[in-house]
Design a protein around this ligand. Structure first.
Ligand SMILES: Nc1ncnc2c1ncn2[C@@H]1O[C@H](COP(=O)(O)OP(=O)(O)OP(=O)(O)O)[C@@H](O)[C@H]1O
Ligand SMILES: [Mg+2]
Length: 258
């Protein structure tokens, strides 16, 4: 639970196109790390290399190493499906399984992973929905479809589904970008609570959000269109937003480009 990620020399390709180049960084456990940078600099690509989802894209290929504590996720004999269980992901658009009930949405990953007694399953579903701050809103309609919830509720349902299997890491790719401000704040509060238990990485275009929720911030950038994205700077969030070491970071966070 809440393991440290240590990336070294990581590059990712789509066919011949190199999308990110030679990234090395650590992501600390029980904290939130924000990825920021202009569109196309490879934030989502990099995020997907952290749970071996990148290689699912046709032509998707990775070089380098991702350690989760002492296990290399790209080591020989490592099962990518098992990696995706320990490194969970929440996407930009809430994507509950549309025909499944709220209960079954949260239970889906558990049912795939093992056999649980009915009461056990009910207990984990309740705990996960509570953990995602959604329980009070849905406890009387657990058998209704997940698609009947509001966007913000659906996103919290997806978070409940992700945490139900007790991952080590939670990756979030612009999890609030389709949500209204109230739901956004609810998710941000939730992230603050979840970081007690998980290692969290969040991609965001919202600088205020990065400043509010993250402990450390990584700024990615492209030297030019068509060039691969690079990690420019990683530091405490407070420092990135007050006194970054690199001019390009300063320009980006003050809105001068991107
Ligand atoms: N499925 C794909 N096939 C080919 N190229 C891709 C694919 N997905 C992304 N790319 C390319 O990889 C590069 C990085 O894209 P990526 O989506 O990781 O950027 P991003 O930083 O997440 O951007 P945004 O902020 O717009 O979400 C871009 O040049 C993009 O065009
Ligand atoms: Mg993206």
């Amino acid at each position: 639970m809440a393991k440290r990620i240590d990336v070294s020399g990581l590059s990712a390709y789509y066919g011949n196109h190199k999308a990110i180049d030679d990234i090395s960084m650590t992501v600390e456990p029980r904290s939130v790390t924000a990825f920021i940078g202009p569109s196309g600099c490879g934030k989502s690509t990099f995020l997907r290399t952290l749970n071996r989802m990148h290689e699912v894209t046709p032509g998707g290929r990775v070089e380098g190493k991702v350690m989760l504590d002492d296990e290399n996720l790209y080591g020989s004999g490592v099962d990518p499906v098992a990696v995706r269980r320990t490194v969970g992901m929440v996407f930009q658009r809430p994507n509950p399984f549309p025909t499944m009930s709220i209960f079954d949405n949260v239970a889906a990953g558990l049912r795939l992973n093992g056999s649980y007694k009915k009461a056990e399953l009910a207990e984990i579903v309740e705990r996960s929905l509570k953990g995602a701050n959604l329980w009070n809103e849905v406890k009387d309609r657990l058998n209704k479809p997940g698609s009947g919830l509001s966007g913000g509720q659906q996103q919290r349902l997806c978070i409940a589904r992700a945490i139900a299997v007790e991952p080590d890491v939670l990756l979030m790719d612009e999890p609030c970008s389709a949500l209204d401000p109230i739901s956004t704040l609810a998710i941000e509060d939730l992230i603050g609570e979840l970081k007690e238990r998980f290692t969290i990485v969040i991609v965001t275009h919202n600088m205020q959000q990065a400043a509010r929720v993250s402990d450390r911030t990584a700024f990615f950038n492209l030297a030019a269109v068509g060039q691969p994205g690079k990690l420019i700077e990683l530091d405490d969030t407070e420092r990135i937003f007050s006194n970054p070491s690199v001019q390009a970071t300063e320009d980006y966070i003050s809105g001068r480009f991107g």
